[in-house]
Design a protein around this ligand. Structure first.
Ligand code: PMP
Length: 388
């Protein structure tokens, strides 16, 4: 009998390491057991290291990435505040809706077309004219595979004295991000992507300017569960190795998070960013060799955590079924304007060169079944060449 297991190559949830999965299956401890308090304390210290934010305040709570966005908005926005959304697609739209829910007036800076990114000059123009309190940037927009130049945009935020909030849900711990050095006030993500832990944790790291802005609020935070007034003493207690309670932490997920963060730090952040660049480069050179076009218009716009690929002429989403039957699960389109025209492949976290090769081989076999004409093996060969 053959192993009945498929390779999960979607932009989250991703494949997790055996040690992370083992932590999920351990007998659950009390949330105030001494060994759990120590693990949560370590996980918070390690979160800071993975975000490269030595002076940041981490918040790790049960919830998904949307809760992390909600937490940032709930604690920083007051009714009547102005916010700028650097809009690259589906999840930037979501951030705008959340900001509006808390009473912000939102201005968007859009790209001229799908597959492009808003330009730095347009963002600077909007910062000049709108004078917002905060700006949001989707580091990697999962709907288009576009990565923003967060370093340059955060520098603009600093210049204009605007709070910079980065949605790193499809980026953090894969795509290069240096929270403190780049001047990012709030960076947030979820567990199920490059952080490498099953879905269920929201991770937010707030820098000192964000915490100051939060402390200067005049109105109470209008979200009960996400309120930093409730969570700050809890996070401080875990780091101080003291028992505390506001809302029950996701105990097994926190154990798993600590395992994953240690694995990430053992690899080293620079090595991890470089591995994502290399594997993504290999995958993308294979796409080009197969004659496939990507959604981002220019190579500089491409994320390293996923690829968004147009179906070639004559091929539709049946391709996904063929790729699945060849043993690999990839994702369909998400951006409403082009939803049926493309598919997405996630390659982040613990992904290995052999995962990349296996995925390309499954894509090639799917393309062949779909009747697409190409030189068999060209994608795999290009990737191998790139991997060296
Ligand atoms: N932002 C981005 C960039 C995302 O990719 C996602 C999830 N795909 C989210 C936010 C929302 O996260 P979640 O689905 O965990 O709520």
């Amino acid at each position: 009998m053959m192993k009945n297991r498929k390779l999960l190559m979607i932009p989250g949830p991703i494949e997790f390491t055996p040690d992370v999965l083992r932590a999920m299956g351990m007998p659950t401890t009390s949330h105030v057991a001494a060994n759990f308090i120590d693990v949560f304390g370590q996980a918070l210290e390690n979160t800071r290291k993975v975000f490269l934010a030595s002076g940041g305040q981490p918040f790790v709570v049960a919830g998904s990435g949307t809760l992390a966005m909600d937490m940032a908005a709930a604690n920083l926005v007051e009714r009547g505040d102005k916010a700028l959304v650097v809009n690259t697609g589906y999840f930037s739209d979501r951030f705008a809706k959340i900001l509006e829910r808390y009473g912000a007036t939102v201005t968007h800076v859009h790209a001229r077309e799908v597959g492009d990114a808003p330009g730095t000059q347009e963002v600077e123009g909007a910062l000049d004219s709108v004078k917002p309190k905060l700006m949001t940037i989707t580091h990697v927009d999962t709907s288009t595979g576009i990565a923003m130049d967060v370093k340059a945009l955060a520098a603009l935020g600093r210049k204009h004295n605007v709070l910079v909030v980065v949605d790193g849900v499809c980026a953090t711990a894969g795509e290069e991000m240096r929270q403190e050095e780049w001047g990012i006030d709030v960076a947030l993500t979820a567990s199920q992507k490059a952080i490498g832990v099953p879905p269920g944790l929201a991770l937010v790291v707030a820098g000192s300017r964000a915490m100051d802005a939060f402390r200067r609020r005049s109105a109470p935070v209008s979200n009960y569960y996400a309120d930093w007034n409730e969570w700050l003493p809890i996070m401080q207690a875990y780091e101080g190795r003291r028992p505390s309670y506001f809302a029950t932490p996701a105990v097994n997920l926190v154990w798993a998070l600590n395992v994953s963060l240690k694995e990430i730090l053992a690899e080293g952040m620079d090595a991890r960013f470089a591995r994502h660049r290399k594997l993504s480069g290999a995958f993308k050179s294979a796409l080009t060799a197969l004659g496939l076009r990507q959604v981002p218009k220019r190579p500089q716009l491409c994320a390293t955590t996923l690829s968004a690929i147009f179906y070639p002429d004559g091929v539709d989403r049946t391709l996904l079924k063929y790729i699945d039957e060849a043993g690999v699960i990839v994702a369909g389109g998400l951006h409403p304007a082009i939803r049926d025209q493309y598919f997405r492949v996630g390659h982040m976290g613990a992904v290995s060169p052999s995962d990349i090769i296996a995925t390309l081989s499954a894509i090639e076999s799917g393309l062949k079944r779909a009747g697409y004409k190409f030189e068999a093996g060209a994608g795999v060969a290009a990737a191998q060449e790139h991997l060296g």
